[in-house]
Ligand binder design. Structure first.
Ligand code: ADP
Ligand code: 5GP
Length: 202
């Protein structure tokens, strides 16, 4: 069983990471979405253990001390982290593991797992991004400001990613990510060419 790909998806708040990934996950059975832990409060439609593990700041700090996070970061004033155990287990089982994490988390993954595939989701325009974030109706004036104030820094970090996907239409963004996964599996360094040649020559 070949090891799955570790796929990072980042992008400014409201660009559509959740929407695109949910659609992709519904379609592709070989993807595993890593559920993060966070100290932020759940939104109306969010369920503990489905969207996030919603935990207290004390629990989060205990998690850091016990090395339970593959990476973690403070984002928009809250803590977010990727639980370590599931990721390894699912990669070894052949699943492509998707991390929806911010630019700081992505930098840590790049450092520790250089083979990871980093995808940055871009909005069609800044106006459209604002409209989506406001239209989602999850943020108050303060958190909205915090999230929008970070966009330029996020876009500056995008140059460190392997792929840009513009989320114009959800279906086309999904198709592009699917294409990236296929192309990455064909890369010379991921392909067991030695085994292939052995078969070929026999
Ligand atoms: P993120 O997870 O990046 O913060 P969401 O997935 O919550 O963003 O999307 C933010 C809002 O934008 C949601 O209301 C969602 O329905 C909407 N949205 C997402 N993708 C698109 C798209 N391609 N076109 C129009 N609206 C979109
Ligand atoms: P939201 O509060 O909108 O769900 O997420 C806010 C930001 O935190 C997004 O950029 C999202 O990608 C990021 N995020 C979610 N989970 C994690 C995580 O486990 N680690 C890091 N570093 N960022 C995360």
């Amino acid at each position: 069983m070949p090891r799955g790909l570790l796929i990072v998806v980042s992008g400014p708040s409201g660009v559509g990471k959740n929407t695109v990934l949910n659609q992709l996950l519904a379609k592709k059975q070989d993807l595993f979405y890593s559920i993060s832990a966070t100290t932020r409060a759940p939104r109306n439609n969010e369920v503990d253990g489905v969207n996030y593990y919603f935990i207290t700041k004390e629990e989060f700090i205990a998690g850091i001390e016990n090395n339970r996070f593959l990476e973690w970061a403070e984002v928009y004033g809250q803590y977010y982290g990727t639980p370590r155990d599931k990721v390894e287990e699912k990669l070894n089982a052949g699943y492509h593991v998707v991390l929806d994490i911010d630019i700081q988390g992505a930098a840590k993954i790049r450092q520790n797992s250089p083979e990871a595939v980093l995808i940055f989701l871009l909005p069609p325009s800044i106006e459209e991004l604002k409209q989506r974030l406001v239209g989602r109706r999850t943020e108050n004036a303060e958190t909205l400001k915090k999230r929008l104030a970070y966009v330029h820094e996020e876009l500056a970090a995008a140059v460190n990613y392997d792929y840009f996907v513009v989320n114009d239409r959800v279906e086309s963004a999904c198709a592009k990510i699917e294409a990236i996964i296929i192309a990455e599996q064909c890369r010379r360094n991921r392909f067991d060419f030695t085994a292939f040649k052995r078969n070929f020559l026999l």
